[in-house]
Design a protein around this ligand. Structure first.
Ligand SMILES: *Cc1c(COP(=O)(O)O)cnc(C)c1O
Length: 383
């Protein structure tokens, strides 16, 4: 038995200014997540194209469900989100018992990290991967490990090359934000097949609906046949419910069991559960959003390309624009912001010469192209 040491006198300990509660080692090396800007000082009309929100908004069915939830604000929600898991299961052909819902998929990414990564353990993500992975790994006390990408695309061999005996989780967004690139299903399958069986592969499919490429798949079939693959999904993007905070994952039974033990018991609100379930009923709304995105993503890439600004082929609802250097990207950002067009600077993703543009409504898309045209010709005039 360890001997219990006498506590120092309270007054004495508190005199030493250097003594204070200390978080886990990695916590103070976390760069806090900086969301996309949402205002342009002095500009009356703002087009927020910085957070990959849908220009179509949520389904009217979702809005109605959210309003009715106002009648039940006093009651704790169903902590298992049963109605929602059933709706998700029905919509995607999944076993509801293997679905866990979260306060945004961000929460699930954090829960997965804290369930599977301990101090000193390694979590892998790709070079220009979503920033939340690094934050979640560090928050769990783990060591973030970066796998190089090839032409802004995840590289399965580079990921496998980073696996060590300390590796616990690989986080991989497909399609990835902010690059918009994706791996075809055969490559994802190769990754799943090649990872050690005790390493968890987390496939973040936040933009799955927008990936209309025929060789893309969410990876849910890989979950059904393996013990170490999880797919996370969100209601924040194509469902237009970012403010509601709702995400879910499809996972092996064991992983669900772990998540259900550590998650806060009421992590999805009653309003979120009802709103998400209603949104799933409106498939036509999702189809409209996909069609809108297909059309305008292609249009934007073509028009912006014609201005001499390269864009990375995207499977998401956004485009990565490449400028000559970081200063030019910052100039373009300021120029567009002065017109109320807010894009996302992606220096934090190791892409300081790029800006990310969310596919917006027709009006916003046309204004962006007009703005970039003026920016480019102004730059040419100056030399
Ligand atoms: C937007 C986004 C999410 C969604 O986060 P939520 O917490 O569900 O809003 C997850 N992963 C990626 C890569 C994203 O871009």
């Amino acid at each position: 038995m360890t001997k219990i040491q006498a506590m120092p006198a309270v007054g004495k300990a508190s005199l030493d200014a250097a003594v204070r509660p200390r978080p886990l080692a990695g916590v103070f090396s976390i760069d806090p997540y900086v969301p996309g800007k949402s205002s342009a000082p002095g500009v009356a009309k703002v087009y927020k194209l910085s957070s990959n929100e849908t220009p179509l908004g949520p389904s009217p069915l979702a809005i109605e469900a959210f309003r009715s939830a106002a009648d039940h604000l006093d009651a704790y929600p169903d902590g298992t989100a049963g109605v929602l898991r059933a709706a998700i299961g029905k919509r995607f052909g999944l076993d509801p018992a293997r679905i866990v819902c979260g306060n945004g998929s961000d929460e699930l990414l954090h829960l997965l990290a804290s369930a599977y990564i301990g101090p000193g353990d390694e979590g892998i993500f790709t070079e220009h991967g979503f920033l939340v992975y690094k934050i979640a790994i560090l928050a769990a006390g783990g060591v973030p490990v970066v796998a190089k990408e090839t032409r802004l695309t995840a590289n399965v061999d580079a990921i496998l090359g980073k696996v060590t005996s300390r590796t616990k989780v690989v986080f991989f967004a497909n399609p990835n934000n902010p690059t918009g690139t994706y791996l075809p299903v055969a490559e994802v399958e190769r990754l799943a097949d090649s990872l050690p069986r005790d390493v968890l592969l987390v496939i973040d499919a936040a933009y799955a609906e927008y990936a209309t490429q025929t060789d893309y798949a969410t990876g849910q079939d890989l979950v059904s046949s393996r013990e170490n693959v999880v797919v996370t999904r969100t209601f924040s993007k194509i469902h237009g419910l970012a403010s509601v905070r709702l995400g879910w994952c499809y996972a092996p039974a064991d992983v669900c069991d772990a998540l259900n033990r550590i998650r806060p018991p009421f992590n999805t609100s009653g309003a979120a559960i009802q709103t998400g379930a209603a949104s799933l009923q409106d498939e036509a709304h999702i189809e409209r959003a996909i069609a809108h995105n297909d059309r305008w993503r292609e249009w934007l890439a073509r028009e912006i390309g014609a201005l001499g600004i390269e864009t990375t082929p995207s499977a998401g609802n956004f485009l990565l624009l490449h400028f000559a250097d970081p200063a030019r990207a910052a100039d373009a950002d300021r120029f567009l912001t002065s017109r109320g067009l807010i894009l996302r600077a992606v220096g934090a993703y190791g892409l300081p010469h790029c800006l990310r543009l969310t596919v917006g409504a027709e009006e916003a898309n046309r204004l962006v192209v007009e703005g970039l045209r003026d920016f480019v010709s102004q730059g040419n005039a100056i030399g």
